[in-house]
Ligand binder design. Structure first.
Ligand SMILES: [Zn+2]
Length: 252
């Protein structure tokens, strides 16, 4: 059984982009940690930062509990995530605590600065975490974890260019669970209605998951790209675990 860490910027990103895949992994008995950098402290017009953060921590924990995962918050703050020295040490510390073999994280390109900063921080902390002389709390990891990027939100970058995944996980069987997980984030649904002028929180997620599934001719899908930079694991650990539900989207 693998230790899996899904780590992204804000409460709800992981459910939108990888909830169905995590539900499949949970059904397979893998140990899952869901981590967000922030507790979503900017996500309200009515509540103060710490008040809404407390609400959203609870929502995120309830969502994770639906698949038997534990929830961790790294306690950064919204719009204050930067790839710098102290931040990389904090992320390295989180990796040394959770000790994942497999990590799912944010896309390097996305619509939001926090998402892109998380991607760089997690990528680089994977490299740092096994190095004994790199100063951060916790025992060094045995090896660099297998690293995967989720899709950007909506499958497109900030210039609306399509970002093609390497493969799509068929999440048709666990889509209902993904929807249940996202529905736990009731306060975010209200925030998006007020701030973005959209009251289609669950529907937008469903549309994106359907569009991604169409890339692989399945009803619902979630896309991933494996990061295979120098020194990072090259073997397809996630694809092997998922089996026939992981469908390559490589162009002929
Ligand atoms: Zn986000």
């Amino acid at each position: 059984m693998a230790r899996v860490l899904a780590i992204h910027a804000h409460p709800d990103d992981i459910e939108i982009l990888a909830g169905g895949t995590l539900a499949l992994l949970a059904e397979g008995g893998h140990a899952i940690t869901v981590a967000t950098f922030t507790p979503g402290d900017c996500g309200s017009r009515e509540l103060g930062a710490e008040e809404i953060a407390a609400v959203r921590r609870g929502e995120a924990a309830n969502s994770a509990a639906r698949i038997g995962a534990q929830y961790v918050c790294l306690d950064f703050r919204d719009l204050c995530i930067f790839s710098d020295d102290p931040s990389r040490r904090r992320v390295t510390e989180a990796l040394r605590q959770t000790r994942p073999e497999l990590i799912l994280t944010a896309s390097p390109v996305d619509y939001l600065c926090d998402h892109e900063a998380v991607s760089a921080l997690v990528r680089d902390a994977c490299f740092s975490a096994p190095i004994p002389n790199y100063r951060a709390e916790g025992a060094p990891l045995d090896a660099i974890p297998h690293l995967y990027f989720m899709d950007p939100i909506g499958g497109h970058d900030r210039e609306n260019k399509f970002v093609r995944p390497d493969f799509v996980v068929d999440v048709t069987a666990t889509f209902y669970r993904k929807r249940e997980m996202l529905a736990e984030h009731a306060s975010q649904r209200e925030w998006l209605r007020r701030h973005h002028g959209l009251d289609e929180y669950l529907d937008a997620m469903e549309r994106w998951t359907r569009d991604c599934g169409a890339l692989a001719d399945v009803e619902y899908g979630e896309g991933f790209r494996q990061y295979r930079g120098h020194a990072y694991p090259q073997s397809p650990l996630l694809q092997d675990i998922i089996g026939s539900r992981a469908i390559s989207t490589a162009l002929p």
